[in-house]
Design a protein around this ligand. Structure first.
Ligand code: LLP
Length: 456
């Protein structure tokens, strides 16, 4: 079969696992995408299984060169679902969680506490208790948290395993909402003010908290290696200074996630192997300079595992042209299943699946179905003139879409489907409206006992 590649779609944007036959039949993971749309409906999040496996394997392989105890922990916030978590555990990853719900998801998937990291800038009592009971590494993100963690661990008479989250003052080029390594944000403890060192000394003095090492995550969708190396350097310099004062040397250095993916032809992310090798080299050389053992390297990739593996499919409906010339095409999903354009001005590439061989007619703005003018999925998308019933596929939508979905306008969440070797498996089924209504109190909950008369 001749593989046809529409020439207006840059090579880098064709998702791995995506293939177009000479007759215009589109498959993902060997599955006919139009068939998936017919069987499972739209909108739906499709995940190319092989791509996820390959990305996970790339991290696991790259970390083979790192000291024992090193590992890649999947940042579940990017795509949270029990079966996916299980698959990633089996692929050799650990799991990074940031709420009780994510913790339960990982535990249900079979994760051991030793395979998990708990994040959060304001963790609940319940989260801390469960983490200590289960042996999950807690990333301490503030003075009060240390006190609370000590109290919880003391009450359970069990030492908490902890990392300290540093704020290293590294600025990477990414959207300010997803930038976390600078000093002016809510995450981490600033190194520059001396607060990080002071807190480290407190943790080291605590009988109930065992400090395994340091953590620093500088942001997300980063497309250069350099900021990661600078981050490693900053963390190791901090480790050196604490060592000088106390003799403490970390067993673990966790450099977070953040590797970007290609959303448009302008995005050229470095390879996982290249990134990991660069960070490892920095950590090793800093340790060697002090004659210290190289700490285990932990990473927390999310987007770079699942982002590029995802394709969201929608059905085209309304079509409008504004007096100012905006070419709108509306689809049956929107900010409820993907808020990234509304939040970060994210831009996506995509195609009309059923008309993939047709040349584009114009550049379209894809609008969602939610009641909000800012409910857009992407702009400047080159498509043939869309017709009602066409199936639109948006690429690179595996990360921070389903996991950020909302019930705005009481639209149920779309299903997550796994496509691999010509087979479709359900990761998360489609929600129903009945499920949404199920949490509401009965209709008369507010109008009993004469309340209706009093207000009417
Ligand atoms: N570790 C920590 C402590 C994090 O805060 C994050 C992401 C990660 C790891 C994973 O980063 P990744 O490898 O996925 O870049 N909703 C935004 C992204 C928010 C990222 C939050 N933290 C978006 O849709 O772009």
């Amino acid at each position: 079969m001749v593989e046809y590649q529409p020439k207006w779609v840059d090579e880098v944007l064709e998702p791995d696992g995506w293939s177009v036959s000479s007759g215009g039949v589109v498959t993902l993971g060997g599955v006919d995408v139009m068939e998936v749309a017919r069987r499972h409906g739209t909108p739906a999040y499709l995940i190319d299984g092989k791509t996820v496996r390959a990305r996970a394997a790339a991290y696991v392989r790259a970390l083979k060169a790192a000291p024992p105890g090193s590992g890649a922990y999947f940042a579940m916030k990017s795509l949270a679902a029990v079966p996916l978590t299980r698959l990633l555990l089996e692929a050799g990853m650990g799991i990074d969680v940031v709420s009780y719900g994510e913790m339960l998801t990982a535990l249900r998937a079979g994760a051991q506490g030793s395979q998990m990291i708990l994040h959060g800038n304001n963790k609940s009592e319940r989260e801390l208790r469960r983490a200590v009971e289960t042996g999950i590494t807690v990333v301490i993100d503030g003075n009060r948290e240390l006190e609370r963690l000590e109290a919880v661990a003391g009450a359970l008479r069990r030492r908490a395993q902890a990392l300290l989250r540093l704020s290293p003052g590294i600025e990477a080029h990414t959207h300010s909402y997803i930038l976390t390594g600078g000093e002016e944000n809510k995450f981490g403890i600033p190194i520059v003010t001396g607060q990080a060192e002071a807190l480290t000394l407190e943790v080291l003095a605590s009988p109930w908290v065992e400090l395994k090492g340091y953590h620093s995550h500088i942001g997300s969708q980063i497309l250069e290696v350099e900021p990661f190396v600078l981050n490693a350097r900053a963390v190791m310099a901090f480790a050196a200074s604490v060592r000088e004062r106390t003799g403490f040397w970390p067993q673990v250095v966790d450099l977070g996630g953040g590797l970007g993916i290609a959303y448009t032809e302008d995005d050229r992310p470095p390879a996982v192997a290249e990134l990991v090798a660069a960070m490892l080299a920095e950590v090793e050389s800093a340790a060697r300079a002090l004659g210290q053992r190289t700490p285990a390297l932990w990473l927390e990739p999310g987007r770079s595992i699942v982002g590029g593996a995802g394709v969201t499919i929608y059905t085209v409906g309304e079509r409008k042209r504004t007096p100012g010339g905006i070419e709108f095409v509306a689809v049956d999903g929107g900010m409820g299943d993907n808020p990234r354009m509304a939040l970060y001005q994210a831009v996506y590439r995509g195609v009309l699946v059923n008309r993939v061989l047709e040349p584009p007619a114009a550049r379209f703005t894809v609008a969602g179905r939610n009641c909000e003018s800012g409910d857009l999925l992407t702009t400047d998308l080159a498509l043939p003139e869309p017709r009602a019933g066409d199936i639109l596929a948006l690429f690179s939508t595996g990360a921070y879409t389903y996991s950020m979905a909302s019930h705005y306008n009481r639209v149920p969440k779309a299903p997550v489907l796994w496509l691999e070797d010509g087979v479709v498996k359900t990761v998360v089924r489609r929600e129903s409206e009945e499920e949404l209504l199920a949490a509401d109190a009965p209709p008369d909950a507010l109008v009993r006992d004469g309340l209706e008369a009093a207000t009417g």
